[in-house]
Write a protein that binds this ligand. Structure first.
Ligand code: AP5
Ligand code: MG
Ligand code: ZN
Length: 217
């Protein structure tokens, strides 16, 4: 099973992905997480990506396509993969099509999570992330049992650097301009399903699972 989670910053891609990869035993490929880890470790990739991410802009296509290709090769031998935050431009989507064709693989679903802008801003500016396992929380909508402590691993929670109001505004504009065209791109391939993301986390998860289970042979 090969799935893409598509949606604006704050739509809940990471939140749903966490649940989906565990239920369906998928390899989780999140370009944002991979890039943030590279920055943390101070690797050459991190040094290339940092400036773009701090400003809320996209990292160049060649860099992210290379990362995803490598990861897909690794997961091809396993059950399947969930892509979160990739592709993000039509050029990336075309490259992905080429890579999959080379590998003899096919996309099963593109799940588009749709949420209004005002709600996205509230979600992003209140988000907290676990430093150790990457789990997502929200100070109001999805708070941990103990303040600033991860329920799952006890790790410390922090606020992402790009979750300030100014950078969030830029990320939303970048999404509209560079990523939204992918909705039509995948609609043309009859692969996309839009899910109403203005619901409770569990309700959205149930809807996605129903979709995935329906189409399984
Ligand atoms: P990335 O890390 O992918 O960030 P993003 O796309 O901006 O998305 P987010 O992670 O912010 O949101 P999400 O949808 O995962 O929401 P979450 O579940 O956390 O990318 C970061 C940067 O990396 C980019 O700006 C770019 O520079 C670079 N990059 C990455 N991929 C790239 C690529 N392919 N090409 C080029 N550059 C790339 O939820 C958000 C909050 O809301 C949380 O607090 C959560 O608890 C809460 N929440 C979730 N669901 C609900 C709900 N249903 N109701 C209420 N609250 C909810
Ligand atoms: Mg995310
Ligand atoms: Zn954790």
């Amino acid at each position: 099973m090969l799935i893409i989670l598509l949606g604006p910053p704050g739509a809940g891609k990471g939140t749903q992905a966490e649940r989906l990869v565990s239920k369906y035993n998928l390899d989780y490929i999140a370009t944002g997480d991979i890039l943030r880890n590279a920055i943390k470790s101070g690797s050459p990739l991190g040094k290339q990506a940092r400036g773009y991410m701090e400003k809320g802009q996209l990292v160049p296509d060649e860099i992210v396509v290379g990362i995803v290709k490598e990861r897909l090769m690794e997961s091809a031998s396993r059950g399947g993969a969930l892509l979160d935050g990739f592709p993000r431009t039509v050029a990336q989507a075309r490259s992905l099509d080429d890579v999959l064709q080379e590998m003899g693989l096919k996309l099963d679903h593109v799940i588009h999570i749709e949420v209004e802008e005002e709600e996205l801003i509230a979600r992003l500016t209140g988000r907290r992330v676990c430093r150790d396992c990457g789990a997502n929380y929200h100070i109001k909508f999805n708070s941990p049992k103990v303040r600033n402590v991860c329920d799952q691993c006890g790790g410390e929670l922090y606020q992402r650097e790009d979750d300030s109001l100014a950078t969030v505004t830029e990320r939303l504009a970048v999404y509209k301009k560079q990523t939204e065209p992918l909705i039509d791109y995948y609609a043309a391939q009859k692969l996309i399903t839009t899910i109403n993301g203005n619901q409770e986390i569990d309700a959205i998860f149930t809807e996605i699972c129903t979709l995935l289970d329906q189409q399984k042979p």
